[in-house]
Structures are given as C-alpha cells and as structure tokens.
Ligand binder design. Sequence first.
Ligand code: ADP
Ligand code: MG
Length: 759
Amino acid sequence: MAGMDWLWNALGAKKGRNQKQSKKIVAEATTVADDLAALSDAELAEYTRENVDVKPAFLAALSVASTRTIGLTPFAVQSQATLRLLDGDVIHMATGEGKTLVGAMAATGFALKGKRVHLITVNDYLAERDATWMRPLVEFFGLSVAFITEKSTREERIAAYKADIIYGPVNEIGFDVLRDQLIVRREDAVQHGADIAIVDEADSVLVDEALVPLVLAGSVPGTAPQGHITDIVRGLKAGKHYTVDADGRNAFLTDEGAAVVEKALGIDSLYSEEHVGTTLVHVNLALHAQALLQRDVHYIVRDGKVQLIDASKGRVADLQRWPDGIQAAVEAKEGLDVTEGGRILDSMTLQALIGRYPTVCGMTGTAVEATDQLREFYNLRVSVIDRAEPLRRFDEADRIYATAEEKMNAVVEDVLERHATGQPILIGTHDVAESEQLAEAIREYDIDVNVLNAKNDAEEATIIAEAGDVGRITVSTQMAGRGTDIKLGGADESEHDKVVELGGLCVIGTGRYKSSRLDNQLRGRAGRQGDPGYAVFYVSLEDELILSGGDGESVTAHPGPDGLIEEKRIQDFVEHCQRVTEGQLLEIHSQTWKYSKLLADQRVIIDERRATILDTEKALEDFRERAPQRVAELEGTVDHDVLVQAAREVMLYHLDMGWSDHLALMDEVRESIHLRAIARETPLTEFHRIAVREFKSLVNRAVDEAVETFTTVLIDADGAHLDDLGLSRPSATWTYMVGDNPLEKKTGRFIQGVTDIFR
Ligand code: ADP
Ligand code: MG
C-alpha cells in the first residue's frame, strides 16, 4: 500500500518515525530470540518478567513463548504493532494480518507491568474465541485470562473480572458497569476496575457505535398504548401533513397535519399546555414510527414481535429495543401487542464507557480513515503497520449506473459471469431487504446463495469462514462475520491453489457506504496475507448516498445503452457525495456527543457520591445532622452495622430513582427541544441550561426525600423495610442497546454545565 502514503500523511497518521524506531527494536529482538531458544519454559517466563521494560528482550521472549504455546511465531509487523499498542496508539493493520495475536501480546505486556486489561471485542463469539485461542500464551507467564459473554452468570462474571486479562464484548462490559452503579453493598460489585482497554475493531466501537446507548431498565407496568393515534397518523400524507428532514432523522407535522390530528382527536391545539407533554408526544412517536422507521430496513416483524435491525451491521439485533415510546409506537403501527414498558434506571454511551479507562488503545483494518474522530473524541493517535506481504488485490473503479434497477441487473450479471468460472464471491449490501432481494435474484438461476443476516455470531462465523471456497456466493450486510478470516479454498484451504488461479476472492459492493472507511472494510475481505483478490463497487445515481450527499445537485450524465456511466466527472461526483456524507456524520457525532457528554459527567458525580455512601458511614452521618432524634432513637434499638446499611439503602434508593427520573426528563427535553428552544437560544444551550438546573434539584430532592423516608420507614434488626412504603428497587432488570438516537444537528454554543453541588 506504499502508494497510499500521501493519504496517510494528509490525514496526519504516523508512519515514518515510530515505524523506523520499532523496526529497529524488532530487528534486535530477532537476534535475542535465537539466544532464548535454549531456555526452559520456567526460565523464559522468569527472563520475561525481569525484562518487561527492555523492549527487544521482551518482544523476543514473547515471540519464543508464542511459538511454544500456540504455534504462531509473530511476524516482524506483529511485533511492531505490539509496541505501538503498548504506547497507547490505535494501529491500522489490514484484515488477516494477525491482530488477535498482537492484542494478546500487548495485553500480556501491560499485565506483566501489573495492569488489568479489558480486551474489548464486538461480540460474544470473538471474546470467547480469542480468549480461548490466546490462553496458553498468557498463562505461560503466570498471568490469568478470562472471558465473559451474554450467557455468563453473575458468579462467572465476578470471577472473570478478577483475571489479569479479560476478553469481553463491549456491550456486556458496559452492562456490568451499569449494574455496578446500582449496587447497595460494595461486595456486590461485579467488576473490580481496569487500567487498560484494548479495543478490537476499534473504528466500529469508537466511531460507528460510539453513541449507541447501553440501557439498564427495571420492570414497571407498561405505558398506555396509543391505538387510535396510530390510526390517525397512518392516514397522514408525507409532504402535505408532515415533512421529513433531508437526512431522514426527524419528521415534523405541518400546520395542516396538526389540524387534521386535532380535528380527529377533538381537541383545540396539540401545542396547548395541556397536550404538549402528552398527546403531542404520542403523536410524534407515532409519526416517527410511521415516517422514519421502515419495516425490513429498520426492523423486521418475526414471531409477532418487532425485532430491530442494527443499522451499522444490517442485522437483527437480538436484545435490542428502542426507547419505550418508540417501541410501543412501532408495535402499534404493525398491529402487534404493545409490550410492557420498563423504567430506564441508567444508560451510558459506548463513548462514555471507553472514557472511563485511564488508557485506551486499539486495532482495526481501517483506522487511518477514522483519524479525525479518534483524535477529536478520544485523543488517540493512529499508527500504520505495513503488511507482512504486499497487497495483491485489484481494486477496480466504481461502476456507476443511472438507475438503481440498471445497477442491480449489472450486479447480477457480473455475479453470474464470475460464478461460472468458480471464483468465490462475497457481496456486501446495505440492509437486510437488499440482501434478500439480491439473493432471490441470483437463486432464480438455480444457484446457491448464503445470506448472512443471521441471529447468531457463531453461525455467521462458520458461514463466512467458507466464503472463499470454490463456487461460493455469500451475501452479507456491513458488519456480518467481522473478525473471521476468509481463507481461500474454504476454511481448511483444501482448494487454495485452485482459488488462487481463479483470482482469489471477489468482493462486490452494491453501493458505496456512508464512509470510505466502511468501503475499505468490505474490500479488505479480499487479498488477505498476500492472496490475490478483486474488489469493485456498483453505484447508481439513485443511491441514497448520492441523493443526500449530492444535496439535490443535478448532474447530467451520458449513460450507455445498459445505463453504465463512464465519465470521470461522475466518478468524482460520487466521491464528492461520500465526502459530504462523511462530513455530516462527523458533525452529527460531535453534536450528539455534546448532549450525551453533560449527562455522562453528571453520572460520574452521582457515582462518586454513591462510592462515598457505599464505602463510608456518610449516609448515617447526613441523617444524624438532618434527623438527630430519629438516629438517636434507632441507635438504642438497632445494631450499628445494621443501621449504617439501612441508612445507606435509604439514601441510595432516592439517589438512584432521582437519577432515573432525571434521565427520563432529559430524554423528553431532548425529544422536544426544538419545540421549547426560544429564539435567542440554540437547542443545545437550552438543553444544558435545563440539565444543570434539574440536576441540582434532583440531588436536593433526593436528600430531602431520603430524610423523610428515614424518619418514617421501619428499621429493625433486618434493616430498612423499604418495601412497606412501596419503595422497593425494581425486582427484575434487563439491558439493551438503543438504535441511533436522532438529534438536532444544528450547531450551538457549548456550555460548560457541570457544577459540583456535593461540595
Ligand atoms: P485479523 O484480526 O488481523 O484480521 P486474525 O488475528 O484473525 O487477523 O488472524 C488471521 C489469521 O492469521 C489466522 O488464521 C491466524 O492463525 C493467522 N496468523 C496470525 N499470526 C500468525 C503468525 N505469526 N504466523 C502464522 N499465522 C498467523
Ligand atoms: Mg480480528
């Protein structure tokens, strides 16, 4: 990829200096490794511990240990990459170059220095696979390694988090953080802190999914369904009764639309004091479900249930729900039973989760393209690692067609032609509906097609592992099977040479993605470890990217008879549309983060407060100040430790419920901020003003309520009987991830809004 140096330089990624330095160290390590070969295992482990800070010696020892334990001798580029991780960078290292081993070597390095490492993966399957695969290497040095998955029990998690190196999917690690933020006894905590996060598929976690909130909810009877509002909204017409903004993220009633709804409901005004917080919210939710969420694009209906499709992965996301209102609105739209709601107890974005680690580093095949985001949001640098073997993949220029139909016909034709030779083909689509359509079109010719939009990462991995076999056609959405190697000639490589002769794996994209980074992810599936390969993208001028990125600009093209456009000018235009979209995404990310950041900072303040209450007798002392008589009374009858714990539970109950109320309120504010914002203030400013004000009152209120409860609740040898007052904690909790939360993307002044009201 030497030809891309200009791009790396332009993006400010590091290539030159560090690469040179680390190459020198790795060369030294190679000589040291020869001397170490004679050592026994125990001697080698001892030698490593003594030389953790001597880079060549340390790398040499890792290399020898890796050969002995897992049978992989690290390539020089893997050792270089390990050094860059240990320096806290995100490494750009192509697919199939062996990042799993790199991550394990770096984790071992950190752990040998006494740090606890979370190795963060994108799913359960990879956490288990990588921990199991790398275990012998880690254990060789007397370190412990563990993994967690969605299936892990509480006890298993407690044990796993004690290990030196823990592999876990990002959402499960986040859910454990959320649950730990609600404990009432310190010993109930599942996690025990971590010093380092090594993030695999770093661009996916840190950029694409960064603002996905992880949610912890508790059981509460459901909110009322809104059947007849749904029916009224169903009758509204786009453009007449409502408008959808250009990027499809918000829908608004027009005056005419509002009038229709008001008439049908028999009310004066949706915007009156009486209806603005209730009826209007329901109408907006129904409109959102109706106008913005499309069946088979954003969700599917299966077994009488709405199942979300993860936008960036294009797959069914099993445990996901939308925020309650939207979920209920979609269920109502589809005529399904509206499921019971819950109370959101806490939530946290992946970006906030990652922000908790003192040190973050990561690895991905496409880091360079995310340089701006990694710097802006995480202050991380990118280090580019060369390939072990030169790239032998041929990337063809886009094939651009006038219409979507002509494009799809051309894709099918191309697939048929290539398939006739036996060349394996992997097709990347944009959503589930498109995958299904394309697979159907190919199956009409009596050809087998594997479609990846599976429910199960392990199943998906098995299918994708075979995608390089002779005659295979695999249709996949964006993220499907990420992390699994596509070997030529099948997973056992039995037909390897034949597939090499056929040109290796052919990758076809059915349209440019929203960023060139995602395009490159797909391309990277072909040409691994010096294999031959081929990649091409098909584009039509009707693609969403072109329509929105081109912002309605009219382009005159001169297509050939089959619709193919071969003008350089149009190729440039496609690039332009993608760059515009990338810019918009970055802007949305910045803006959205400004909303989330304040709440994340407020959550930190709450959690610090919780820590004091958990670890000290502060709660009882506070009550002693505010209700001295009651404390004196109880001290006569109840054991001191019991009383401390009772005070703690009372205080935490009100603090936690207060926080939960705060989140609900701020969610509502965020939804309706464009209605509330007054002319002279931007929505963001207004949001911050309200958030700061409400946070102050939340804390004061929580303390007042706690004092009230403490003076009235029965406290005996069994502790505080909060249940008697109907103040029990939710008996069941569950967790889920929310899809993209659309926000206002107007720029606004950012107000530093966190006040430390606990001092
Ligand atoms: P990546 O995460 O970079 O896409 P993986 O870690 O999944 O790559 O590894 C891809 C393949 O390369 C695996 O089959 C692995 O066994 C192989 N591999 C990795 N390192 C080495 C090595 N040093 N020697 C031989 N094979 C290796
Ligand atoms: Mg990988």
